[in-house]
Every structure is written in C-alpha cells, then in structure tokens.
Design a protein. Sequence first.
Length: 193
Amino acid sequence: MTADSTPRCPWCGTDPLYVAYHDEEWGRPERDPRALWEMLILEGFQAGLSWYTILKKRENFRAAFQGFQPETIASWGADEVERLLLDPGIVRHRGKIESTIRSARAFLEIEAAEGFSSWLWSFTGGGVLQNRLGTMAEAVASTPESTAMSKALKKRGFNFCGPAITYAFMQAAGMVNDHLTTCPQHGECAALA
C-alpha cells in the first residue's frame, strides 16, 4: 500500500529498496541504450535467482563492471573474468560474466548498425504495450514479443536471454506496462508512454 492506502503491485512487498524500485524505476519507459543494456545484463544475471538478490547487489555490479560501459567491457578478456569471479559483491557465475563480455561486443555492433534502443523497441512497434492487469494471476511469463526478442538477441550473440528473461526486461524497461490497474504507477507509466 502507498501512504494513501492505494494498493501497489504486491510483488514489491514493503522492503524500502524494493518499493523504491517499483515506484521510481520499474515500468518507466527507458530509451537510453546503455541503460537498456545494463538492465538486460542484470536480468540475465538474475536467471535462477530472485530479482531482489540482484537489486541488492546492483551497485556492486555497477562498480565491478565499470558502470556497464559496453565500450570498456567489450575489450575484456580472461583476466577480467578471473577478477570478477573473485568479487563477492556480484553473482560469480563464469558463464554469465563471459556472456556479458560477448554481449558488450554485440551491443556495439547493433548500436553502430541501427541503434540498440531503436532495435529493442522495434519489438513493441516502438511504443509501450499497455496491459490492463487486475490481478497478478493475469500476468504472463512471456509473450510473442519477448519470444521474438529472445530469438533475435541470441542470433546476435547474447546469452541468458530466454523469453521469460526478455519479458521481465521489457516490463522493467517500460516496453510493457504490467503494473496492476489498481496501482498508482500504472497510470503514471501509461502517461510516460
């Protein structure tokens, strides 16, 4: 519930970090290519874990990955992978770390060719898909759009981007508005579209 007793989406609970993420970030349309890449990478790191785990470690990730600057990360190799595997502040998964480096290279190719943000947003026709969820039971784990995005990302060299991960990314990046209609953020995010 918000201060005025209006119900939020129940998934954020009452933890201040999670509530702030829900109220200030999740579902707000993001168009900055670097920010979108960071969000996509963190969703991949979340695979098999809770998003809250990643959210608590997000600042550590940002420090370890030098601000998620693809131009920097694309040049990394084995030394950086080994350094990151020793960092207790992040999720130490070799496959996900190596995937991040490959994904930085793929990001740069897409950005140079057609613009990473424009390319990602093309999967929603360039606009926000407005869902009208009354309850969490109506929410889905993937959609035809997230499946298409997943396939296209994999074809370009990304990993840890299955349809459920890409849908979670689309929700977080505001490509789809999945705030419950009873949540004040639904209207706010719709107005930003």
